[in-house]
Ligand binder design. Structure first.
Ligand code: F0G
Length: 372
């Protein structure tokens, strides 16, 4: 089998690249689709739930899928620097891909509100980290202005190449399952990813040469339908940052899931379009529900995702409970980022480690206590 070289190489004929495009890749994509075995039993529902574990991308989140495309196209266009606003993961990915490309990277992050792992990545990869006294929405406004007034390329998901890369997650799910699932659930923050998923599923199920928004009907993929249908899309937001669920901008968004602490998503309309076209819905989960499911997933399935990612499963479990999602269905949840991104939130929820003397008797006592 050929050495996997990232999603641009794999899906070259479905992406806006040609043989002269200088591909900037860290071999992102190709993430595992893990069937959750214990959770359906635990909630006593006959369903198949799969986790698409995007935390296993090179920088630990799904952002790598979009960033390989965005930085590749920026370099192709001659950019010498990229810029983004971020709640953490976008900045980590932008910093890594810019480093790989040998160009500069500027990231705007809300001061004190990004998880430690993500901050360490942006710093370690050598980006210029600008903390703003404001939130992500302020940062988003500023980077758009800065990209216009300077020659720096904007790599947030309003950059059209980002969703191009991110749509490939749907291709992988279809390849793994043999078709689209009944439902696909994911967290919604700046709202780019849900539309990207929908675009991917739409292309996978499209057999016509009619112009799709991306390739003018020229790409050979449109003759190779690989899915017979598209899933119902479910988008979940944190209760303190749920502008789309509530239908209005949230001025001061707050949630423990800092990745999706966003009150005015840039891709609001595209997200609503994916929900409407698919017959899906948006719903919210409280911080308690998010953290409960993050821990449940880690303890019952061995999968450690960050809080924002756990909301996809928290929402699905709630909708199963309420009968909104029926039994006998197949559900895929995108786990957007790795749990290691946010060690503080993880440690704060757990019992402190024991400290004992370095004696066998002490260890035996602990084992006896726990197994009794
Ligand atoms: N999950 C994680 C782990 C994220 O980092 C993000 C977004 C989302 C979900 C939501 O995806 O914005 O496409 O709706 N993080 C962005 C960032 C905003 O700056 O890292 P979305």
């Amino acid at each position: 089998m050929a050495h996997y070289q990232g999603l641009i190489e794999k899906y070259r004929d479905r992406l806006p690249v040609d043989e002269n495009t200088p591909v900037i890749s860290l071999n992102e994509g190709n993430t595992p689709l893990i069937e959750l075995k214990s959770l359906p039993r635990l909630v006593r529902k006959k369903v198949r739930i799969y986790a698409k574990f995007e935390g296993l991308n090179p920088t630990g989140s799904f952002k790598d899928r979009g960033m390989t495309m965005a930085v590749t196209k920026a370099v192709e266009g001659g950019a010498k620097a990229v810029i983004c606003a971020s709640t953490g993961n976008t900045s980590a990915a932008a910093a890594a891909y810019a480093a790989r490309a040998g160009i500069a990277c500027f990231v705007l992050i809300p001061e004190g509100k990004i998880a430690l792992g993500k901050l360490s990545q942006a710093m370690m990869h050598g980006s210029v980290v600008i903390q703003i006294r404001g939130n992500f929405d302020d940062g988003m406004r500023l980077v758009q202005l800065a990209a216009e007034s300077t020659s720096v390329a904007l790599v947030n998901s309003i950059n059209p190449y980002r969703p191009q890369g991110q749509k490939t997650v749907a291709f992988e799910v279809v390849e793994s399952l043999g078709d689209a699932p009944d439902y696909h659930a994911l967290p919604v923050g700046n709202a780019g990813n849900i539309g990207a998923h929908w675009a991917g599923y739409s292309e996978a199920a499209c057999e016509q040469t009619r112009a799709c928004a991306y390739c003018d009907g020229k790409c050979p993929f449109h003759h190779e339908k690989i899915a017979t249908r598209r899933p119902i899309m479910l988008g979940y937001q944190a209760a303190g940052a749920a502008p789309i669920v509530r239908g209005r901008i949230v001025e001061n968004p707050e949630t423990v899931a800092t990745a999706i602490r966003i009150g005015n998503p840039a891709s609001w309309e595209l997200a609503v379009n994916a929900q409407r076209e698919s017959g899906g819905w948006f719903a919210e989960c409280s911080d308690e529900e998010i953290l409960h499911v993050q821990k449940l997933l880690a303890r019952t399935e061995g999968v450690f995702c960050e809080p924002a990612s756990a909301i996809s499963l928290a929402g699905v479990l709630k909708d199963l409970e309420q009968g909104r999602i029926g039994e006998g269905t197949t559900i895929v949840c995108t786990l957007t980022g790795h749990g290691l991104k946010d060690p503080d939130t993880a440690i704060a929820q757990c019992v402190k480690p024991l400290t004992v003397d370095a004696e066998l008797s002490e260890i035996e006592a602990v084992i006896r206590e726990h197994l009794s």
